[in-house]
Design a protein around this ligand. Structure first.
Ligand code: FES
Length: 105
């Protein structure tokens, strides 16, 4: 799997989120208590930007119709019929690196 540097670690402090573009993907990054998670920024229900969701512990709730997803896996918490593609994140020295493709399910 290939990785690309998407920014400085200092630019993604705990409690923050942002969107980056990697190839053809728009990816939402979340720093939750120092752990960085990356999901494609599209809810599989009707396409909302998941970056605008509410986070509680390791679950993000879609801002449009409240489907909930595990930030660690992208899986819907209520069943296995939907998921958001997730990307692998590496933090090395002062940089954050993102896989250039989603992690295979
Ligand atoms: S668009 Fe996300 S739950 Fe409907």
């Amino acid at each position: 799997m290939n990785f690309i540097r998407i920014g400085d670690r200092a630019a993604l402090q705990p409690g923050t989120r942002r969107v980056v573009h990697v190839g053809r993907y728009e990816v939402a990054l979340f720093n939750v208590d120092g752990e960085i998670y990356a999901l494609e920024n599209v809810c599989p229900h009707q396409g909302s930007p998941i970056v605008d969701g509410w986070i509680e512990e390791r679950t993000i709730t879609c801002p449009w119709h409240a489907w909930c997803f595990d930030l660690r896996t992208g899986s819907l918490t209520l069943g296995e019929f939907a998921m958001i593609p997730r990307f692998d994140v590496r933090v090395e020295q002062d940089g954050v690196y993102l896989s250039t493709e989603p992690v295979p399910a």
